[in-house]
Design a protein around this ligand. Sequence first.
Ligand code: PLP
Length: 260
Amino acid sequence: MRVPSALTIAGSDSGGGAGIQADLKTFAAHGVHGLSAIAALTAQHTRGVTAVEIPPPDFLQAQIDACFDDFRITAVKLGMLGTGTVIDTVADALATRDVPVVVDPVMVATSGARLLAEEALVAMRTRLLPRADLLTPNLPEAELLLGHPIGSLDGMRAACNDLLALGAHAILLKGGHLADGADTVIDLLADARGIVELPHPRLRIEAHGTGCTLASSVAARLALGHPLREACEVAGDYVHRALAGGYRPGRGDVRVLDHF
Ligand code: PLP
């Protein structure tokens, strides 16, 4: 029996809270076999990122090829890619693969550390967005991709349409950063058929790796064959539960998600 596999192409977080480590825990929690191709290495703990290293493009390519040569990959998740060269390598590797791709456009960590070189924004716009079956930006990431601020729900709707126009097939725009003090967070799911609101109660808890976990959770559900909207709803519930159980594993104040 060849069980469905999901592949994450992303950055490693030595602290185990975000990136590849969060993705693999999430895949396991959804009952999907997890594969990984490490696009960037970070040295980090609960107080920040202390070093970043990008492996050679040939080695990234070899990891991706090894995964596709052997496993039944039914969804791919992209996270921290670091540079324009890495984005080009990944976009080339996926160009001929018929598999849904969830793109988490990782740019800056909550701690403020840059996880994507400034020069790579153009490559993200022109090479990754058109390959995204689903793009999962938070508001700061959508603002950087579009080059203007988004300050309201109407602004979020317009941003979804602008991101669709850049080539992404669907957008899950996360509303958590909207400074409206409301007890409900509204995420928007947009595709060619329209925009639906996905509301959920606001948990006044912040945790490292939330964006990675949401995107890999959607990818896991797609890997199991679920339709996009259902995958996004189930993923939202999963992140909510994982946040509610968040814990502090290190000496810093940062919480990580509970995948147990
Ligand atoms: N480190 C890696 C490798 C990541 O992929 C990410 C986010 O995607 C982060 C750190 C930042 O996580 P957060 O912004 O949740 O702290």
